[in-house]
Design a protein around this ligand. Sequence first.
Ligand code: NOJ
Length: 695
Amino acid sequence: MTLAQKVSLTAQQLPIDAHDGAAGYLAGIPSLCLPDLVFNDAGAGVGDGQINTTAFPDPIVQASTWDPQLDYAFGQALGAEAHAKGIDVQLAPGIETDRIPENGRNWEYMSEDPYLSGQIGAAEVRGIQSQHVIVTLKHFIANSQETDRGASGPPVDSADLSLRTLEELYAPQYDVAIHQGGAMGVMCAYNRINSIYACQNPETLKGVLLHQFGFPGFVVSDWGATHSTVPSALNGLDIEMNVSPGTYFGAALQRAVQSGAVPMRVLDSMVLRILRAEFAVGVVNDPPAAQPAAYAADVSTPDHIALARQISEEGSVLFKNADGILPLTAADRRIALIGTDAGPAGADLVYNAEGSGRVPEFGTNPAVVSPLTALTRRAAASGDTVLYADGSSLLDAETVARTASVAIVVVGNSESEGVDEPNLSFNGDTCTLIGVCVPPTVAPDALVSAVEAANPNTIVVLDTGEPVLMPWLAGAKALLEAFYPGQQDGVALASLLYGDVDPSGHLTETWPASQAAQPIQTAAQWPGVDRPGDPLGPHSAYSEGIFVGYRWYQAHHVRPQFPFGYGLSYTTFGLSHLVVRTRRRSDAATVSLAVTNTGTRPGAEVVQLYVHDPANTGEPPEQLKGFRRVFLDPGQSQTVTLRLTPVSFAHWSDRRRTWIVTPGRYGIAVGDSSAHLPLRRTIRRRWARLSPRAY
Ligand code: NOJ
């Protein structure tokens, strides 16, 4: 390859007319049989300006299924649609840790727990790349907030954290997605880490990702997250993406190589990483569909739409079901359906959150089936009628609710990339562009309270991506969180409400009981404070350290509103016969137990396994190290076996710069949420020093 050919692979080409609808592309080299590398967003389907693709539920729903097999199927569908659309790099999955409940992009990430994010993320990676489309894990790393994200220059927030915090809470999911999933692309983030930009950070990019994990693929910058030529190239960035053509790479990189500031072997290694990803995933052997036909193609299929529905059904979380009001029975003859997020058809429903992860990024999506449409159809099949009020008038809402036997109120918040929520209050905003959000005419809290006052049988359905405070919770008979359910919104909701499927989603994030009772308590933690002498932006101190999410609640004995891992079903389950086997010669352990459906309806349970390290390790009380989703018919029982590996018992030592196991007694706790762990044993572990690449 000539020098010009090599640098051409390192920077975005503009204009992107050749690939309408995509986020950006690198021009291929036809004489070397290298196709264009076309990048497209991704979290809930093939998004950006693409048309005729399936809008799947958002990543938080995908994770709330606790079902890696389903997420593999989702990845396959996503990869297939991308390939048929002429795309060979999907800008997903987002696997950062949900540190702050108000973070504007938690819906696009998976969980506050890195083990869960790693398992779900790795499954999605395998699915996408099976279709010869490269993934990009994002946004590497400690990308926990949108305030001062620095997408178009300062202020750029700095995430200030210790190596132990980074290794234990923010990095494991990348290790798993790379080594178990085979991910060949990583996107470095907008933020800084300990004052240094993520896309030129020697400690995180070169140290953790490249050296510690041995990541073999390419690193691409978030759009506009490149801030230099030489430090970026030397510290592990391979591709600059931007809204303008290569500012720091491309021609500027060519000059740096010619002057000797960037050695040729560094450029060769960048090119090798890009080409290795292309060959390993199959992009060169099986390039995606050609333009312009691909842009117009309808790539959504009945199977993909059914999958979107299944993810929404499995990922919705039932929080409350007093008096068994759900599922709806034949006695529910007149059903009041209330709320802007309930319909009518063609309304701008909150089916995906706002941002580059939305499908499509702009405008309404005609494929979305509203709750009003789907529930009316489903109710008719049971001889029921649906009365609708859009919730813009309290009087109308009360009138409709009063005349019905049951009132269902659907309230949502469309969160957006680019902005955090100011607090946990339920504002009910609708966002139409990144960061452009408007409040509703009637606030959701007022609407729900009015409906509850008018009808004692009120069922609340939420469409939010983050926890919200619910002052009206005691007055609601049932509460179902559908998050951002994708285009099968109403269809999935109707089948859950009628019990055609059993709710089985479990929370991947803790829901605080109040603004004060949660891990993030100071402005220094979030959104960060300025530091004298640093003109680039504020600093967010990760002073809670490894006590993120449920780890903090349990350590501080604070009761959340709803705990991590929680979710109800229409049936009941029993867990019993816990057996923990350790082998003398190995540091692994096998945990098995029986799960029984003790109720009268078919349903799925999510068995969760937590490990309790000895107190002198300084670790949080309990940490998720295994899980399994099990579907059972009434009366049916199944033995579940979960494997623990040496790293399940390890913590990071900053002094030794690796994983160590402290000798002592370790607790094994099994249950169906972080707050309900009825089966317990302890086992002994010996001292061990593990490899830094332990996952
Ligand atoms: C910025 C977002 O942060 C990133 O997630 C996305 O992939 C790029 N824009 C491209 O749209």
